[in-house]
Design a protein around this ligand. Structure first.
Ligand code: NDP
Length: 247
């Protein structure tokens, strides 16, 4: 796998799956910019790790919900590095609650952070990728966007929305050689899942045919493939990385 010379942007690259994707890209020769919401120190540490691979790294404080900021971040990457070849829409949050108890804020926060952000960055990436005559967008969904999950109606709706958006985007931009795909992880060990109750985690592991949680590296392996030219004939696809959970 080789990403030499590619300029990549990973939203939510300061922690968890996004951090691992960013560092994996750099280890394969790509320049990598990341965005984050509030973890400035963590984001700086990721950029330092990126730089150790003799490639360029840069961090942007940018709330993924902010449409104008998305345009500014992508314009800055293109101005500094000349192009944007790969975009990973990874930033995401959970605000779990049963529908009976879910308030409007919990609904809006999750839909805006997880779904509107994908529109914001994909739209901003479209023109530079058209100018470059190609590009790859990888959207981080979730298996619950396919199967639904009690207590996660907001999150599942946001991730199902990402699938619909990605397929529409892929159809609109295929003639321009811009590909868009969804990677749908199952239960992956990060701070996001670290908040879950131990009993809930045990039952998730029981429901996973491979019998364990996944590592962020197992997600980034698929993201790297979709970013690379090895996946040049794949677009509009949803690929689960879930130990068989949603099978
Ligand atoms: P983490 O909570 O570990 O990391 C989330 C990342 O997103 C952080 O870098 C965070 O930045 C950033 N982020 C959150 N909100 C915003 C925002 N408004 N603007 C910009 N950046 C933001 O999550 P994971 O690594 O576990 O999850 C990454 C993605 O993978 C998400 O889309 C999630 O839904 C998805 N996913 C995760 C699964 C899992 O089991 N972990 C399973 C399925 C899907 P900051 O550090 O500044 O807060």
């Amino acid at each position: 796998m080789d990403l030499k010379g590619k300029n990549c942007l990973v939203t939510g690259g300061s922690r968890g799956i996004g951090r691992v994707i960013a560092e994996h890209f750099a280890s394969l020769g790509a320049n990598v910019a990341i965005t984050y919401s509030s973890s400035a120190d963590a984001a700086r540490a990721v950029v330092e790790a990126i730089s150790e691979h003799d490639v360029k790294g840069k961090e942007y404080q940018a709330d993924a919900v902010d449409f104008t900021k998305a345009e500014e971040v992508i314009a800055s990457v293109v101005e500094e590095w000349g192009s944007l070849d790969v975009l990973v829409n990874n930033a995401g949050i959970t605000r779990d609650n049963l529908i009976l108890r879910m308030n409007e804020q919990q609904w809006d926060d999750v839909i805006n952070t997880n779904l509107k952000s994908v529109f914001n960055y994909s739209k901003a990436a479209t023109k530079p990728m058209m100018r470059a005559k190609g590009g790859s967008i990888i959207n981080v969904g979730s298996v619950v966007g396919i199967s639904g999950n009690a207590g996660q109606s907001n999150y599942s709706a946001s991730k199902a929305g990402i699938i619909g958006f990605t397929k529409s985007f892929a159809k609109e931009l295929a003639s321009r050689n811009i590909r868009a795909n969804v990677v749908a992880p199952g239960y992956i060990l990060t701070e996001m899942t670290g908040q879950l109750d131990e009993k809930v985690l045990e039952s998730i592991e029981k429901e996973t045919p491979l019998g364990r949680a996944g590592d962020p590296e197992e997600v980034s392996n698929m993201v790297v493939f979709l970013a690379s030219d090895l996946s040049s004939y794949i677009t509009g696809e949803v690929i689960r990385v879930d130990g068989g959970m949603a099978m």
